[in-house]
Design a binder for this molecule. Structure first.
Ligand SMILES: [Zn+2]
Length: 136
């Protein structure tokens, strides 16, 4: 984008060289050549800034995409289940495998058949400490 600026500076530099301007020649020539050199530095600095800016834009785009993925992972799939409203978990010791497992309180209250995620057998709260371990 700054090729145009660079070309203009190069053109001016060419003019100065065409005139045979040398820093050693006159004080005026010295000033003109110094200004041209300064312009070259400015153009270089702008080029660097733009390159850096383009890199950051790319980086931001990448972060933004990742963030969108993460948001979809966290909020997208379970929009109906409001984890924010304070989900309570019920701790139950499975009477079959004696594993301590956790259930969403709502599920625990609403569902008749609570299945142990560890052994796959149904858990009933009443049976939690059933000492009759004979049955399967
Ligand atoms: Zn179990």
């Amino acid at each position: 984008m700054n090729n145009n600026l660079g070309e203009k500076v190069s053109y001016i530099k060419g003019l100065a060289e065409g005139l045979g301007l040398q820093k050693e020649n006159t004080k005026e020539a010295r000033i003109l050549i110094s200004i041209i050199e300064l312009l070259e530095d400015v153009v270089d600095a702008i080029d660097e800034l733009e390159a850096s800016q383009a890199e950051q834009d790319e980086y931001l785009d990448a972060i933004n995409e990742d963030l969108t993925d993460i948001q979809n992972d966290i909020y997208g799939e379970d929009e109906d289940e409001d984890m924010d409203e304070g989900t309570h978990y019920v701790e139950v010791t499975c009477p079959h495998c004696q594993e301590t497992v956790y259930f969403d309180e709502e599920v625990f209250e609403e569902e008749d058949d609570i299945i142990c995620p560890n052994c796959g057998k149904p858990i009933y709260e009443e049976d939690e400490y059933d000492e009759d371990e004979g049955e399967e």
